[in-house]
Design a protein around this ligand. Structure first.
Ligand code: URA
Length: 252
């Protein structure tokens, strides 16, 4: 069988596996998966160096700070009001030399209880999404822009993001990943320093320092959607995940 056909069949089988894991029982035929995005790389406006020089994202973390120290700083953080209601900070977890860092928005209820990232319902979906492209949690570093749970899971405010972002930036500079997967608008806009809607940021790579950033829908958003809207967005997420997989394969 021609290699191309085998590849297409593999893609279809991964897609079906993903849909099954998500509990989808029927599928409608949608537009063909396009490969035209694969080589589409866009330079983001800000490099990590530029970010660190902006007042908005002031970095007060000494460059020599290692992971152990950084974790302690986060555990004791009182930079914004969120520390008052948290049970635990959620620093993130995974190999410190991971090729891929996954960045979410902020911990939810279960993450706050356990002090671990993505262990609630959206974590289950995230795990399935990654597994569907043969990427496993043990191999990636998973964290979020915000390290404490916002009350009632509200979207974090600008001040909270500005206060917390130096931790993420420092994590990224220590890990120095080749790839970053930004989940949802807060992660995407914070990392890329863009105001654009998610629709226009997803589906292509953005360069941030040494890393290529792929933006996809946040699993929590996918879980909130219903019916055909959910299916459409899952299909879009699947498209974006496949682009990520092809790039990730270079670093396996
Ligand atoms: N959503 C996030 O963005 N981060 C978590 O850790 C959990 C849910």
């Amino acid at each position: 069988m021609k290699k191309e056909i085998v590849n297409i069949m593999n893609d279809i089988s991964s897609w079906l596996r993903y849909q099954k894991q998500l509990g989808v029982e029927g599928i409608s035929i949608g537009p063909e998966l396009s490969s035209s995005f694969l080589n589409h790389t866009v330079q983001s406006k800000a490099s990590p160096q530029e970010l660190s020089s902006t007042r908005e994202y002031r970095d007060e973390i000494p460059t020599e700070t290692d992971f152990v120290r950084l974790r302690k700083i986060v555990e004791n953080c009182e930079r914004c009001e969120l520390y008052k209601k948290r049970r635990n900070t959620v620093f993130g977890e995974g190999p410190e030399d991971a090729k891929l860092v996954v960045v979410g928005e902020a911990p939810g209820k279960e993450e706050d209880i356990q002090g671990r990232p993505f262990v609630g319902p959206s974590g289950e979906l995230l795990t399935d999404m990654l597994n569907a492209i043969n990427i496993f949690r043990k191999d990636v570093f998973i964290t979020s822009v915000i390290k404490c749970r916002p009350p009632r899971n509200r979207t974090p405010g600008h001040e909270e993001i500005a206060a917390c972002f130096p931790f993420l930036r420092h994590q990224l500079s220590l890990i120095n990943p080749s790839l970053i997967l930004a989940l949802g608008l807060v992660a995407a806009q914070t990392l890329l320093k863009e105001k654009a809607p998610l629709k226009s940021l997803r589906g292509r790579f953005h360069q941030l320092g040494n890393a290529k950033v792929m933006v996809i829908y946040h699993p929590a958003y996918l879980l909130r959607l219903k019916g055909s809207q959910q299916l459409d967005c899952k299909r879009v997420a699947w498209h974006d995940l496949q682009i990520l997989e092809k790039e990730y394969d270079k670093y396996r």
